[in-house]
Design a protein around this ligand. Sequence first.
Ligand SMILES: Nc1nc2c(c(=O)[nH]1)N[C@H]1C(S)=C(S)[C@@H](COP(=O)(O)O)O[C@H]1N2
Ligand SMILES: [Mo]
Length: 425
Amino acid sequence: MDKLYKGLKPSRRNFLRGAAATGVAAFGGAQAARAQGAPDPAITEIKPWMQYLGDGVDARPYGMPSPYEAHVRRQNVEWLTADPVSSVNFTPLHELDGIITPNGLCFERHHAGIAEVDPAEHRLMINGLVDRPLVFTMEDLMRFPRENHVYFLECAANTGMEWAGAQLNGCQFTHGMIHNVMYTGVPLRLVLEEAGVRTNAAWILPEGADASGMTRSIPMEKALDDCLVAFKMNGEALRPEQGYPVRLVVPGWEGNMWVKWLRRIEVGDQPWHHREETSKYTDLLADGQARRFTWEMDAKSVITNPSPQAPITHGPGPMTLTGVAWSGRGTIPRVDVTLDGGANWHQARMSGPSLMKSMHRFYYDFEWDGRPMLLQSRAHDSTGYVQPTKDQLRQVRGENSIYHNNGIQTWAVNENGEAENVEIS
Ligand SMILES: Nc1nc2c(c(=O)[nH]1)N[C@H]1C(S)=C(S)[C@@H](COP(=O)(O)O)O[C@H]1N2
Ligand SMILES: [Mo]
């Protein structure tokens, strides 16, 4: 026992309480204090798993989470769409920490379901305004110099249901159309250079191999900048849900452009309005005009714990609040947090890698007095942009829009620690 706890430093919690900063007390705060009164069966009893030999190394060739983590899963909202084949499910943000989304929990958005592609039968074709139209096998693609980058992918419709007011009770549903993954892939620039882009080429039209054959026009400037033709996510092959064997990565831009099951890239001199999805991804303003080409994802943040699906269960005292922040324009040097609906703001503690166009993790450590709270977070990105309130957004964009809602989210926490999605002005 002694040995187990020896390495532990006095914690901030015990320091605040003035408790003896050694041994068990330093380890578990209130929990450990309780255990000192009555014997804790979790310590005194011999548990079943101490009495049998466990699975050997041949039993789990592809590891899965503990059965006790079965509640950690993607979820869809049935009434949202007519059919699960053209629909969306949501990343359980409130169950995650750090900045990387595990592959099996990355939200999915399909227009025609998941294509099950045989990589040996898959090709990527480059045609249009190029000197040499080319067809690549997967093996050909992997011979290019490849790179690793962590990027978030956010659907432009993320938080769209919240335009008119607080609706869905949980950050999984209000903010879960996002994932953050390390991609391994070839810079699109290298693939385009191989084909020889003509001087009058200004746009590309990537196309998917799924039944929706999804296409999106992307300006050449972006294609040559930081786009990737990616075949790995978090070290392993892309999952079928995410476009196996190859997808386009369009850092910082709306998820719709990240074409999955990428089979063709046409090079042209203007956007393909008649063929692509762009018409749907516009933001209708109050005066009937629509914002077009709103590709970049604005800075945004959300508190993931506590939140409606993750109430405070431990009562008043020291606690850590956490959340995520991201910007399609750079990094997130700073996040502010308020416990009282914006009367007082506190600078959050950032922890983990701060990477361009990637999710950032923030924490705020405080003593909860047990009184109701109105929690909000406000992201600042590296361009100096500050996340607006929902009302500020509505003043500029009206109420018709669904896309690009990056307004500040509020959770009302009651004295029992339960959280609810609310809106305050
Ligand atoms: N081929 C193809 N690519 C696609 C889609 C699709 O239905 N088919 N959906 C797009 C949309 S709208 C989004 S938000 C992202 C979702 O990526 P994900 O499923 O990895 O979360 O993929 C985009 N790429
Ligand atoms: Mo999307």
